[in-house]
Design a binder for this molecule. Structure first.
Ligand SMILES: *Cc1c(COP(=O)(O)O)cnc(C)c1O
Length: 379
């Protein structure tokens, strides 16, 4: 199965002709930059047709992407123009579907019968759903801490869920080895086709506004790298006049990338004893950590971490505006308090996933009880 463009290591720069997941040096590979022009089309896949390494399998799309960019009232408070990229409306309620769709298109065309991923939450559900849609089998490897309740949203699609007891960080690399041996295509957090799919977020934003800042909740670094590559390709193609400033946002309780960045290191170190309510961004040893640090240095971008209390407050603020996101997805708004952005700046916060998936953390509010007969008095 041929793909367009070579793969290049994000750190050492070595190039490869054949599709692979990681460079011999251990770092992630990515497709070289694509250039092109936009077309008129219904989906983002069609409008940015020149920018994908392979033809997206549109017949199997579940309608991922093309999400609303919502103007937020909260901008007034910070003296900025704030927009919310609402990824909670994707088919499995997170942006992961964009990457899964493109990676699944590849798996199908390359003749794989089984796909896999390593995840506990949103990516597991996304891969399980799209595998069914594409007529492929799914093997979902989850950590031992993944609770039964959460896994219902994964197994409902029919994917096989395997709870793996052992070091979760190592599972990422073991799964790639296993996949190669058994002919199973693993589409983990920073898989190169996943990164390509995440570019669509940048394309859609650029169709509507010219942002100055993008706030990106960050765990493995896959989403950040995708959004970055999207804007860089638009710039290289002459379709935008400058690059926005990208800010990676992490939870204080698990912030290996921000920590390395602050200390001026080129490599991330494993974050010991991660603890945060933002479970979806709690990867203690991010596989794209070093690649992300390189991007932050090269472009003068930033990394900000926020506390659980700040995350809770931001989640509630978004809910009061009508948008219910999970804790990980509220971190961008929490970061606004710390960033002191210039007056009038156009800022996009990516709302990565739905709050309905993490109901356990949501505080219960008082509910009035009332008999039908006394309804008028209760009002
Ligand atoms: C996966 C995920 C992220 C972070 O994405 P990475 O690519 O791992 O950095 C952020 N928010 C939510 C809700 C996610 O599911």
């Amino acid at each position: 199965m041929k793909v367009k463009g070579k793969l290049k290591c994000s750190i050492c720069g070595k190039t490869y002709d054949k599709p692979l997941q990681r460079c011999g040096c251990g770092e992630p590979v990515e497709f070289e930059l694509f250039e092109g022009e936009p077309y008129i089309g219904k989906s983002v896949w069609e409008r940015f047709w020149d920018f994908w390494p392979l033809e997206p399998a549109l017949d199997f799309s579940l309608g991922e992407g093309d999400t609303p960019l919502v103007k937020s009232r909260l901008g007034d408070e910070f003296g900025i123009k704030l927009y919310l990229k609402n990824e909670t409306v994707n088919p499995t309620w997170s942006f992961k579907d964009r990457g899964t769709f493109l990676a699944m298109s590849y798996a199908l065309k390359a003749g794989y019968k089984t796909v896999g991923t390593v995840s506990t939450g949103n990516m597991a559900a996304s891969v399980s759903a799209y595998a069914t849609r594409f007529g492929l089998k799914a093997k979902i490897l989850v950590s031992e801490s993944a609770g039964d309740e959460k896994l219902k949203a994964v197994s409902v699609y029919g994917g096989e869920v395997i709870r793996v007891h052992g070091d979760y960080g190592r599972l990422y690399f073991e799964s790639l080895k296993l996949g190669e041996r058994l002919g199973v295509y693993f589409m983990n957090s920073d898989n190169p086709l996943r990164i390509e799919g995440y570019k669509s977020i940048a394309f859609e934003i650029a169709e509507e506004i010219s942002p100055d800042y993008i706030l990106i909740p960050t765990s493995s670094g896959g989403l950040f790298r995708g959004v970055a590559k999207g804007f860089i390709e638009l710039y290289k193609s002459g379709l935008i006049e400058g690059l926005p400033k990208l800010i990676a946002v992490q939870a204080e309780g698990c912030s290996p990338i921000c920590m390395a960045f602050r200390e001026g290191r080129e490599k991330v170190e494993r974050f010991e004893n991660p603890r945060t309510i933002a479970k979806a961004i709690a990867n203690p040893y991010p596989p794209s950590g070093n690649a992300l640090l390189k991007l932050l240095r090269e472009f003068g971008w930033g990394c900000v971490s926020v506390s659980d209390d700040e995350i809770r407050k931001a989640q509630e603020r978004l809910a009061r505006e009508g948008l219910f996101v999970q804790p990980a997805s509220a971190t961008g708004i929490a970061a606004l308090e710390k960033l002191n952005l210039p007056e009038g700046a156009k800022v996009v916060s990516v709302l990565t996933g739905s709050g309905l998936k993490v109901l356990g953390d949501v505080p219960k509010r008082d509910i009035k009880e009332c008999s039908l007969e006394r309804l008028t008095e209760c009002f």
